[in-house]
Design a binder for this molecule. Structure first.
Ligand SMILES: Cc1cc2nc3c(=O)[nH]c(=O)nc-3n(C[C@H](O)[C@H](O)[C@H](O)COP(=O)(O)OP(=O)(O)OC[C@H]3O[C@@H](n4cnc5c(N)ncnc54)[C@H](O)[C@@H]3O)c2cc1C
Length: 402
C-alpha cells in the first residue's frame, strides 16, 4: 500500500540517519531513492566526522559511532606552513580506549556503507530507482508523486540533496552566495606498504605551486589534497588528469600521481533554505536539501546528521500529539532550530573562507603579521591553523554543536 506514517526521501547519509532515528523512536522507516540499488556514488565528499556526530549516531544506533571511529583514522599531528615555513604544530594525545575520539577520518563511501548496513539490520525499507518528481502538502498530509506512483504520508523528511525536488516543489528558495574561487580536490590511494607520517597539513602560499594554498588531509586508506586556484588560473587544466599529474608531484611524493582515485573541481555555494518546513508543517528539509556549505570546517554532513535526528524527533512528537496545533508546533520548533543552525554554520563557513581567500588589506596584513610573529607568539600560529575551519564553539541556542 502506498500509504506511510512517515516517508524519507533520499538514501544519502542524511536520509539513512533519519531512518535510523525513526527506527529508534519505534516508527517504521521507508526511504524512497532516485537511484538504483548498489549504485556507485561519484566524487570526493565527506572525510571528516566530528566526535559530536559519532555520539549522535551512537545514540540512535548503538555501536555505529564506535564502528565509524574504528574504521576511520585519527591523525596524531597537524601542522600549518606559511610560504614554506612551519608556523604551527600540534601533537594530539592518542584516543583513550572505549571512548569516542575527537574525530574520525574516513571516506564518505565507507560512512554510507556502515549506515546502510545499520539500516538493513534495523529493517529499514528502501524503495530504489524511484525519483520523486512532485509533491503537495495540505493540512491532512503529503502527496508524493514519483516516477512510478503516488504515495501518501502524514510526514516527510526530505534528504534528497542539493537539487532537492522536494524543496523545489515546495517553492522554498536557497539563499546565499556562490564563492568565486575554484578548489581542486584530489583523492589518492595510500601506499599501504610504505605510508608517510599521518599528518594533517595546511600550506598558505605553497612555494612549489606558485604560492597557491594546499591542504592535505589523511583518511583511512588515502589522502585528500585541496589546491586553491587563483582567479586567473586555467581551471580545466588544473582539474585534468594531465594537470594533476603535473602539479601533484611538486607538493607530495610523486608516486601518488599514479594512484589518483578522484579529481573534482568546486566553487562553493554558501546557501541555506529560506525555511526548513512547509506552510502545513508536514515536511522537514535536512542535509544538503536544506543547506550547502564550503567543506572547510566539515559542516555539511556534520550538521546534516543533527538535522535528521532533530527533524525526526519533531516528527515523532507530532505523530503523538493530541491536537493538530501541537503537531504543527512540534515540526515547526524542530525545523526552526535547524534553520538557526544552518544560518550559523553558513556564517562560520563564510568566516573560514574569508580567512583563506579574503583579499582585503586587513585580512592580508593579519595573515602576514601572524606568520611573521608566530615563532614568538604561538597563539598567532594557532590562529593561522584554526582560521581555515571557522569558529569551533556552537551557537548558544542550539542543542547540538553544528
Ligand atoms: C569535496 C567535499 C568535501 C566534503 N567534506 C566534508 C567533510 O569532511 N565533513 C562533512 O561533514 N561534510 C563534508 N562534505 C559535505 C557532505 O558530503 C554532504 O553534506 C553530504 O553528502 C550530504 O548528504 P545528504 O544525504 O544530505 O545528500 P546526498 O549525499 O546528496 O544524498 C541525497 C540522496 O538523495 C537522492 N535523490 C536526489 N534527488 C532525488 C529525488 N528526486 N528522489 C529521490 N531521491 C533523490 C540522491 O540520489 C542521493 O542518494 C563535503 C562535500 C564535498 C563536496
Amino acid at each position: 500500500m502506498n500509504y506511510k506514517n512517515v516517508l524519507i526521501i533520499g538514501a544519502g547519509p542524511v536520509g539513512m540517519t533519519a531512518a535510523l532515528a525513526l527506527h529508534h523512536h519505534g516508527v517504521k522507516a521507508t526511504i524512497i531513492e532516485a537511484e538504483k540499488e548498489g549504485r556507485e556514488r561519484a566524487g570526493s565528499r565527506a572525510i571528516y566526522i566530528h566526535r559530536e556526530t559519532l555520539k549522535l549516531l551512537e545514540s540512535i544506533s548503538p555501536g555505529l559511532g564506535f564502528q565509524l571511529a574504528e574504521i576511520g583514522i585519527v591523525w596524531p599531528v597537524k601542522k600549518t606552513f606559511y610560504r614554506g615555513d612551519e608556523v604551527y604544530k600540534r601533537v594530539y594525545e592518542p584516543p583513550k580506549p572505549n571512548t569516542l575520539p575527537a574525530f574520525s577520518s574516513l571516506h564518505q563511501h565507507e560512512i554510507e556503507k556502515a549506515l546502510f548496513k545499520a539500516c538493513q539490520k534495523a529493517g529499514v525499507e528502501f524503495i530504489w530507482d524511484e525519483p520523486v518528481t512532485n509533491l503537495t502538502t495540505s493540512d491532512k498530509g503529503v502527496e508524493v508523486v514519483t516516477s512510478k506512483r503516488i504515495w501518501h504520508t502524514e510526514y516527510l523528511l526530505a534528504a534528497d540533496g542539493s537539487r532537492s525536488s522536494v524543496r523545489q516543489a515546495l517553492g522554498i528558495e536557497f539563499e546565499g552566495p556562490r564563492t568565486s574561487d575554484t578548489f581542486i580536490v584530489v583523492d589518492v590511494k595510500e601506499d599501504e606498504a610504505n605510508p608517510p607520517p599521518i599528518e594533517r597539513i595546511f600550506h598558505y602560499h605553497h612555494p612549489l605551486v606558485g604560492g597557491r594554498n594546499v591542504m592535505y588531509v589523511p583518511f583511512a586508506g588515502g589522502w585528500r589534497i585541496d589546491l586553491q586556484l587563483f582567479a586567473e588560473d586555467d581551471k580545466d587544466y588544473y582539474a585534468s588528469e594531465a594537470g594533476v599529474k603535473d602539479w601533484l608531484p611538486k607538493v607530495m611524493d610523486p608516486k601518488y600521481a599514479e594512484d589518483i582515485t578522484w579529481i573534482s573541481s568546486y566553487t562553493f555555494y554558501q546557501a541555506v533554505a529560506s525555511n526548513y518546513t512547509d506552510e502545513h508543517k508536514r515536511v522537514i528539509l535536512a542535509g544538503e536539501a536544506a543547506h550547502l556549505f564550503a567543506p572547510f570546517g566539515a559542516r555539511g554532513l556534520n550538521s546534516g546528521v543533527p538535522d535528521a535526528i532533530i527533524g525526526v524527533n519533531g516528527i515523532a512528537k507530532a505523530l503523538q500529539a493530541e491536537t493538530r496545533e501541537d503537531a504543527r508546533k512540534a515540526v515547526e520548533v524542530a525545523a526552526n532550530e535547524r534553520l538557526a543552525a544552518g544560518r550559523w554554520n553558513r556564517e562560520c563557513s563564510n568566516l573560514a573562507l574569508e580567512h583563506i581567500q579574503g583579499t582585503s588589506e586587513e585580512i592580508h596584513l593579519k595573515r602576514e603579521m601572524s606568520a611573521f610573529l608566530a615563532p614568538h607568539i604561538p597563539a598567532l600560529g594557532k590562529w593561522l591553523d584554526e582560521g581555515p575551519f571557522g569558529p569551533k564553539t556552537g551557537h548558544p541556542q542550539l542543542s547540538t554543536k553544528y
